[in-house]
Design a protein around this ligand. Sequence first.
Ligand code: AMP
Length: 507
Amino acid sequence: MNLAHWLQRAGRVHARRPALLLGDQVVATYAQLAERVARLAGHLRHGLGLAPGERVALFMSNETAYLEALYAALWAGLAVVPINAKLHPKEVEFILGDAEASALFVSPALAAPLVAARERLPAVRDILVSGQGEFDKAFATAPIAIQEREPDDLAWLFYTSGTTGQPKGVMQTQRNLQAMTACYFIDVDDVAPDDSIVYAAPMSHGAGMYNFPFLARAARHVVPASGGFDPAELVALSQSVGKLCLFAAPTMVKRLVEHIAATGAPSDGFKTIVYGGGPMYVEDIRHALATMGPCFVQIYGQGESPMTITALSRDMLADTAHPRHAERLASVGVAQTLVEVQVVDAEGAPLPEGETGEVVVRGDTVMAGYWHNAEASAGALRDGWLWTGDLGALDAEGFLTLKDRSKDVIISGGSNIYPREVEEVLLKHPGVREVSVVGQTDAEWGEVVVAFVVGDGLDAAALNATCLQHIARFKRPKQYHFIDALPKNNYGKVLKTALREQLKQGE
Ligand code: AMP
């Protein structure tokens, strides 16, 4: 079974349904999309001579051609290598070389440096620039039949965002993405034919992987005209297109909610906002629910088990009368239906309820391993379980609360301090907009707690007072740095490594 079968079925059964929209304009029905994809796939197989299993890289900004390229590669039995459009050309070259990509789709604005680097990329047989020359001509090729695939065949080679070191290629198979899609329907949301997924976050990442449930239901795929995240544009689309569904990082949710709260714009055009990819602080989700109503679902996943470890459902988020609602809001929910989740000690033995250890997961969404990296694969996949590198605790009902990445935990005077807990408390102070807590090496304590804070009219004494109201004295930051913005990677994740580096340089 090849994921592309969903497109073929949609093209036949729901031929006239809108498939692709640019802003609120339909650019292809399902019949048109399936036809174009079968032709582009023909070009990849017969024009370029690519064999099933070869890799096709996509270095593209969010555009409708993204889905044509993605589906064409899958239709032809190839594996896709979506590359974050914000990466530096040198980083892109690394990924193209590591993945041994045989062809590259690139957006016009991103093409020049890669075309110039052509001689350093001998494996790349062709560079197709979306909407131009050869890419356009490819649609005149005769359409081909779908190339059959096995469940364990590579479908998507996902390069980790790499906050440290070189990114690794996570091998996501056909089975992984099919299981992710099934879990979306079971644990996240059902999709109706007139629902629209809007790609406001990079399509190379989770937001793009979520195309599959919408493809399987022959629903609409909307690329915002700006190609990115713009709260005002999303509100306008929610009114013109309606029933918008999107995946958003917590920082994006926060900006959208602030926009709606400040402008009084309507939020009834948003059906479902799935958030995840980083911690959502309790104060922020409360404000989001109060402003936009019960349109939120949280997921916890990682490239190694794409979008699928746990979920906190719309109903659980909305059930404010539940006696444990506050704890649930602070959690990432319960195991999704096709995976098992445990919290274990260093030897892999499950820990009792409430104790913190490493989160491990097993099931059909778990990656096949890291591409050409047996050592890293053996480290992450042990006895059939994926070791996530995240620390968390399970409660009696199976709700998982994440503490931090294991490498972010601060050990001060022999006690473990979880930055997330301190961050949650600091955010209770009305002047704090964003905060990130890291450890700094200290001769006396091993490490001490340091907070980087973005906000207005703040001082250390006020923040200390907030901490002392809520958490043990030893957990409060010994130092505060007031800054204009937190360093973030291209997906909006705070770069704690950069903050620690900054502290080291200041020493
Ligand atoms: P990536 O593989 O780049 O998507 O990063 C995955 C990591 O993001 C996970 O291992 C977690 O550390 C973090 N993460 C993902 N979802 C959540 C969530 N809902 N809450 C907190 N952290 C999350």
